[in-house]
Design a protein around this ligand. Structure first.
Ligand code: SF4
Ligand code: SF4
Ligand code: FES
Length: 262
């Protein structure tokens, strides 16, 4: 997933915050208390700079895990702004708080036995029909996902469209936190993606071959050799591995194909 998790800040109704000289500390407010922090910090780093220890609400630090959903507001603005704390750089006079964990409605199911159909989503999450189409979820999404769009597709019973259009969801929960219909959009999206992945997506032929090779014990000797290798030699082997280049197209394969099950 290469898409940036930083959402461009929507124009505030009030005057924008004053620009600061490069390097000049900015004032921010964390749960109501004022702190001066370097202007280059993300909200997450500013929290730590201010002395907070992040035990929850912090995971990958890279915009992927969705643990750091944060809301903030600027003085004289009616707007609640949203962002991932690890991806959003502080701005002067931000009033910041990280959202707590909201208990989310999460259906329990066995993906193997669930019918891969839109009706399954409606059966497990009938509250989709309570959606009032306000679009707050879409405006709250730091991944710029059309959340209302995929909830609408769920209502229409289009499982594949829900799976595809919710693909970039990082499960941050900001949409659900603000939904007046109390939907838990991210659990609806992941149900669709699981159903799609398990029952609809074409099987990957090369993966089946690789699994068959593992089951046929093709790599057992190599694994035994690795187990006997010293830590230093393991590090050398690891560094010498051919790595898939960034943005390689789908036809890319390593030069050494001996571990591809072929
Ligand atoms: S926030 Fe809730 S009610 Fe509003 S459009 Fe999104 S799912 Fe529907
Ligand atoms: S769809 Fe909801 S949970 Fe997923 S990234 Fe967007 S706001 Fe976060
Ligand atoms: S810590 Fe994982 S998305 Fe911010």
């Amino acid at each position: 997933m290469s898409k940036t998790a930083t959402k461009p800040r929507r124009a505030a109704k009030s005057e924008p915050p004053a620009k600061t000289e490069e390097g000049t500390p900015v004032s921010i407010f964390i749960m109501g208390k004022r702190y001066e922090v370097p202007p280059s910090l993300t909200i997450q780093k500013a929290l730590e700079y201010a002395g907070y220890q992040l035990i929850r609400g912090c995971g990958c630090r890279g915009g992927i895990c969705g643990a750091c959903g944060t809301v903030y507001r600027f003085p004289n603005s009616y707007r609640i702004e949203i962002g991932l704390a690890c991806q959003t750089v502080v701005q002067p006079d931000m009033y910041i708080t990280q959202i707590p964990f909201f208990p989310a409605n999460k259906a329990v199911y066995d993906i193997e036995t669930l019918p891969p159909a839109g009706a399954t989503i409606a059966a497990l999450y009938p509250e989709i029909f309570k959606c009032v189409g306000c679009g707050t979820c879409t405006r709250s999404c730091p991944m710029d996902i059309d959340v209302l769009g995929y909830i609408s597709k769920a209502i229409q019973g289009d499982l594949t469209a829900v799976a595809e259009s919710s693909f970039d969801c990082v499960m941050c929960g900001l949409c659900a936190a603000r939904c007046p219909a109390e939907e838990v959009q991210y659990n609806i999206g992941i149900l669709a993606r699981r159903l799609y992945g398990r029952h609809i997506a074409p099987r990957a032929g090369h993966l089946a071959k690789a699994v068959a090779a593992v089951e046929a014990k093709k790599y057992d000797v190599a694994i035994q050799e690795l187990k006997k290798t010293s830590l230093d030699d393991l590090k050398k082997l690891y560094k010498a591995l051919e790595v898939e280049p960034d943005m390689a197209d789908e036809s890319w394969t390593p030069k050494n194909k001996s571990y591809l099950g072929e």
